[in-house]
Design a protein around this ligand. Structure first.
Ligand SMILES: Cc1cc2nc3c(=O)[nH]c(=O)nc-3n(C[C@H](O)[C@H](O)[C@H](O)COP(=O)(O)OP(=O)(O)OC[C@H]3O[C@@H](n4cnc5c(N)ncnc54)[C@H](O)[C@@H]3O)c2cc1C
Length: 393
């Protein structure tokens, strides 16, 4: 039987960060393409604050995402028990409400919200209302899917945007305040000053399990604000997450499990292995796909897999560091690894976050007096974890 003619050239399943940026980029660069972005919620983008370092992106990439950026700072700070440092370098944040406002307006009829996807294949989407949509290709961007092919630690966090009774006095974002009590993992507080009396306070934990207790994190935030002498007038908004930190994985197995399904974002493993952040990867992916000539499902799958392989190979060193961070030393001593990292030269730190450390940087990161015991660090670096992962590259 003949296949029905596709309704669209490309259907983007899930209106999150990766597919939202991709749809927006295609809309502006490939106007002739018939695309449809599907999202189950009322608006795309969920409830997030997405931040990035300027050095994570090229000037051209920063230009095209500029309409989404709500806040921008010329430098940021970190604080540890024995180190307080201010680093030059742009830091910016996108609020998901702005993401939705700008991209939804640009997409118009190419967006369908409140559309819950029941199932999909590389060329079809079946919605919960029973409708089936046919496409030249479907890109699955519905967020992280559980996989036995990755061995993970987690960055779990809860953030509250607070309005204070008086100015907080912060001059720049504090991306790690690790002077706080450690609670069984690497704990730090992340601060984004959105206005003189408005601040996002995130209580963050690098821990071995994705399970967490929101009430404890809320209490931590209240305790932190009180300790800084901040009186909270109102909690304006709350966001939370549990981001994957990759210790090891089987790339070929992970992609074989996708069975030819083109995928994007966390679902395609496209995120920074040490931070769980994916904005720079999503920006790069949008540019990459917008420049592809052949958007048929098999060709798109091959191109996305190749892009993911390139990223994966470049991330080997980060997975090694993650194993040292998670598997060596006592959990409450993990902050020492990060404190040592933040003593290094600023350009090295920028290349680390951008995911492109030089060979020299890697040697520097691994040399010197280690903050965790040497023997344990070596065992951790070589550990195959867990059993079902065949390759630990
Ligand atoms: C609170 C929070 C803050 C973060 N902050 C940062 C940051 O500062 N910087 C950074 O780079 N990264 C950050 N991240 C990490 C990562 O970049 C985000 O998780 C990012 O949103 C992942 O993008 P994605 O496109 O893969 O998935 P998502 O953005 O999660 O998008 C998935 C979308 O698919 C939709 N969906 C799911 N199932 C269905 C279905 N059956 N039918 C239809 N739609 C469906 C969802 O509603 C959602 O909109 C943060 C994550 C969280 C949770």
């Amino acid at each position: 039987m003949d296949k029905p003619a596709p309704d669209y050239d490309l259907v983007l399943a899930g209106g999150g960060l990766a597919n939202g940026l991709l749809a927006w980029r295609l809309r502006s660069l490939r106007r002739g393409l018939r695309i449809l972005l599907l999202e189950s919620e009322e608006h795309i983008g969920g409830n997030h604050t997405w931040s990035f370092h300027d050095s994570d992106l090229t000037p051209k990439q920063r230009d095209w995402i500029a309409p989404l950026v709500a806040s921008r700072w010329p430098r940021y700070e970190v604080a540890f028990p024995d180190l307080a440092r201010s680093l030059d370098g742009g830091y910016a944040s996108i609020a998901s409400s702005d993401f939705a406002r700008v991209i939804e307006a640009a997409l118009g009829p190419a967006l369908l919200t409140r559309a819950r996807i029941e199932s999909l294949t590389p060329t079809t989407v079946r919605l919960a209302d029973g409708a089936t949509i046919h496409a030249g290709a479907v890109i699955d961007g519905r967020g992280m899917r559980p996989s036995s092919r990755l061995s993970l630690g987690y960055q779990t966090f809860l953030g509250q945007e607070l309005r204070l009774r008086a100015p907080h006095g912060l001059a720049a974002p504090v991306i790690m305040d690790a002077t706080v009590e450690q609670q069984g993992g690497y704990r730090f507080v992340y601060l984004l000053p959105f206005g003189p009396d408005r601040v996002l306070v995130e209580d963050t934990h690098y821990v071995d399990s994705a399970s967490w207790q929101p009430e404890r994190l809320r209490a931590n935030i209240a305790g932190y604000a009180a300790a800084r002498g901040w009186q909270v007038d109102a909690v304006l908004r709350e966001e939370q997450g549990s981001l994957p930190i990759v210790l090891a994985g089987d790339f070929d197995g992970f992609w074989a499990d996708l069975q030819g399904q083109p995928s994007s974002g966390l679902r395609a493993g496209l995120f920074h292995p040490t931070t769980g952040y994916s904005l720079p990867h999503a920006v790069r992916l949008a540019d990459h796909v917008a420049n592809l000539h052949d958007l048929s499902a098999p060709s798109l799958f091959a191109a996305l897999r190749e892009e993911a392989r390139r990223e994966w190979q470049g991330q080997r060193f980060f997975r090694l560091l993650n194993r040292m961070l998670f598997l060596a030393g006592r959990p409450e001593q993990r902050w020492r690894v990060m404190q040592r990292f933040y003593r290094l030269p600023a350009p090295l730190i920028a290349r680390f976050y951008a995911g492109h450390p030089w060979l020299r940087d890697k040697a520097r990161l691994l040399s010197g007096k280690p903050p965790v015991p040497v023997a344990q660090a070596l065992v951790a670096a070589c550990k195959i974890h867990p059993d079902q992962i065949r390759k630990t590259a």
